[in-house]
Design a protein. Structure first.
Length: 132
């Protein structure tokens, strides 16, 4: 039993990027699916596929690398709010990641979204992670 599924998700992606893997497979959940869609929409991953091969299902993520330098697009994945110490932010105090070049994934009352979307919709929430 994994006590922190979000940290497990981020660690699997981080390890696959550092090992230079093209594809990583992760056990699925509703929150992980939303996070994967955000990473795809923001251009951090190449593609994804939701598989219903078992009871829980899984997510297959194709990681994105620069064509010329072969450097990964995802430089850093950092967990912010942990089960032991939750971090919340109002819409007016939503963090700017890397001066606007990165994103923060935020869990709000209107669903999971980026910090920029949360600021536009004027909602606050729990800051799950930073991606840049």
């Amino acid at each position: 039993m994994n006590t922190d599924p979000i940290a497990d998700y981020l660690t699997r992606v981080r390890n696959a990027v550092s090992a230079g893997k093209r594809v990583v497979e992760i056990p699925a959940s509703g929150l992980k699916k939303e996070m994967t869609k955000i990473l795809f929409d923001q251009g951090f991953i190449l593609s994804y596929k939701f598989l219903d091969d078992s009871v829980q299902g899984s997510i297959k993520i194709a990681l994105k690398y620069d064509r010329l330098t072969k450097e990964p697009v995802i430089r850093k994945l950092q967990r912010i709010s942990t089960p032991g110490l939750r971090k919340y932010s109002s819409s007016s105090e939503m963090p700017r990641v890397l001066n606007g070049l990165g994103i923060a994934i935020v869990s709000t009352s209107k669903g999971v979204m980026t910090n920029k979307q949360a600021r536009q919709e004027n909602v606050g929430g729990e800051i799950l992670c930073y991606v840049y």
